[in-house]
Design a protein around this ligand. Sequence first.
Ligand SMILES: Cc1ncc(COP(=O)(O)O)c(C=O)c1O
Length: 448
Amino acid sequence: MESSRTTGNGAEGSRSFTTSAKVIVDNSRFVAGGVNSNFRLGMAPGPLVFERGEGAYLHDVDGNRLIDYYCGMGAIVLGHNPPSIIDAVKEQLEKGWMYAGQTELEYEAARLVCERIPSAERLRFGSSGSEVAQAAMRLARAATGRRTIVKFEGHYHGWFDNILWSAAPALNAAGPESEPVAVSASEGQPQEDSEGLSILPWNNLPALEARVAKGDVAAVIMEPAMCNQGAIAPSEGYLAGAKAICEKHGTILVFDEVITGFRLGSGGAQERFDVTPDLSIFAKGIANGFQVAAIVGKGDLMDMFATGGVLHGGTYNAQAISMAATVAVQKALTPEHYTETSARGVRLREGIIEALSDAGIVAQVVGFPLMFHVGFGLEEPARNYRDIARADKAGYVRFCVELLNRGVRVLERGAWFVSAAHDDDVIDRTLEVVREAAKATAPHIGKA
Ligand SMILES: Cc1ncc(COP(=O)(O)O)c(C=O)c1O
């Protein structure tokens, strides 16, 4: 990889990212668009190229040290490169990693996850959230003999053709709020793939009841707190109501905890909101960024993978290095981790609210201690996708660039992920930067 080095750490507000830009352009002849996931395009001022991570920091090829709130799109719960994970992975590296057979490690990892997650009587490991979402839909269809999957507008369950609908649709294409139409997110998705779905507005129990009562719904899949768009908690009684509706009509309730798992609390959103679904899926934080995912749930359902003719496969599933990482991460996610890290997350969130208000920026900063969302221009907390879609995205992206230029990297879609490595000094420094960036952004808000 070419990189003409520059010193990026100039005066505040003037970091340079030109080496990243050049490396991306130069390497676009080998890698389409210079990135290996479309979700890494569209960043401001452009996709970055990194050399290493260290605790709460990332070091890029321009020589910038950035406080990182991307946290691997939510996967980094313990910080970058925690020594305990490095040691566990190194130990397993010496012993090999692909046996096409079982290891004691994967059983230990399974036990630790099952002991933590309320709905997890049994599990199967996979390698990505997208894959285990597919496994959940297949299992639900096999168990019920029905085809339709209810999915909610603004919720994301992976990039495969049969579910990548209405994840973040343009409002002018999305139909009426009470009856959203299925909007594809990619060229090349066959329209008929949407026929297996019914798209509903989230946080709306009457709409769910009316649809599920038709009796043809295999599964209702949802992010139990909506975290791909916003960081929106379920309304009081919504999750319990959804569970009751599903039970009444023989429909399987699936929680997609790929983001909320290991982040909203030790047992995920299902523990935080005290509602146990039939099936749930996890990824991201389960192994602090190693390629591990899991589908967990009721024993009788999960056993259909073993004896009910439901196929679940994957060469890389439960690969030994990933399992070593999973065991080490699960052991590190102690009650103290949640108490201490959450306290700092709350302090950060409150500090951001104060800084934005002092700068005269109208915003909603809502969510959870270890994952919250900043929505510029919103007068009220969002309840669903339609609300969040009305936020001032251009103003927020400008704020992100002001933050980045001062050494703080946050997602342009408004999410902030906090890890165990974001200690008090990091939070203090972040809040200084937030205050400066807010002041620099405020004069431009509302201007094209
Ligand atoms: C809620 C949710 N489900 C599923 C996925 C897909 O996971 P993966 O990117 O590991 O395929 C994501 C990814 O961001 C997610 O946030």
